[in-house]
Design a protein around this ligand. Structure first.
Ligand SMILES: C[S@@+](CC[C@H](N)C(=O)[O-])C[C@H]1O[C@@H](n2cnc3c(N)ncnc32)[C@H](O)[C@@H]1O
Length: 186
């Protein structure tokens, strides 16, 4: 994500920041990292948001929407709580990666399961896969115009840790130059 959109930078620009997540441990982590200047609250995106219409200028939703059952409903809620001219910055898992990992058709819309391992513990994580056609249609039907779609390239530090995957990325020299306002690859 564009680093200009970190909560600390938004606060430094004089913004009021409200952070939400459904998980108490994540909220605790956010409170520790962000301190008292950010209003951190529990909210489940499977439910309507408890915010007034046109309350915000910007919604940032990194890597969450694919965990939500009704993506179209969440996007409508984002539109409702944004002022006219407001923006959403959204990131999600790439549907091609989901397709390569889970099989079936790229166009499948269905709930999938991953098991994340950490030490001796393992966690089952559920998410929705859907093609860009379907997610982009939900974005447009909620009332938004898509200004930019960015597919980030691997960061430089990945070269050492996963050299094989790094080698598959196209040489940067062959890519079209980024426009000055384009976010750097995350
Ligand atoms: C991959 S993590 C991303 C966390 C964080 N946004 C970030 O970018 O570092 C997915 C997050 O989505 C949250 N989440 C999943 N389902 C949710 C829901 N229905 N409502 C709100 N948050 C949800 C999880 O609790 C988890 O914190």
């Amino acid at each position: 994500m564009d680093r200009a959109y970190t909560p600390k930078k938004l606060l430094a620009r004089g913004g009021e920041v409200v952070a939400i997540d459904a998980s108490e441990p994540m909220l605790e982590l956010a409170r520790k990292r962000l301190g008292p200047s950010v209003d951190v609250r529990r909210a489940d995106l499977n439910e309507p948001l408890a915010f007034d219409d046109e309350r915000f200028e910007l919604v940032i939703c990194p890597l969450v929407i694919h965990h939500v059952n009704d993506r179209a409903a969440v996007l409508r809620e984002f539109f409702r709580v944004l002022r006219p001219g407001g923006n959403v910055v959204l990131s999600t898992q790439h549907p091609t990666t989901d397709w390569l990992r889970k099989g079936g058709s790229y166009f499948d819309v269905r709930e999938e399961e991953d098991v994340w391992k950490r030490g001796d513990d393992s966690y089952t994580v559920r998410f929705w896969r859907e093609p860009l056609t379907s997610l982009c249609a939900a974005v447009a039907e909620a009332g938004f115009l898509i200004e930019r779609l960015v597919e980030p390239l691997p960061v430089e530090t990945m070269r050492e840790r996963w050299p094989e995957e790094w080698g598959k990325a196209p040489p940067r020299a062959r890519l079209p130059p980024a426009s000055p306002s384009q976010p750097a690859a995350a």
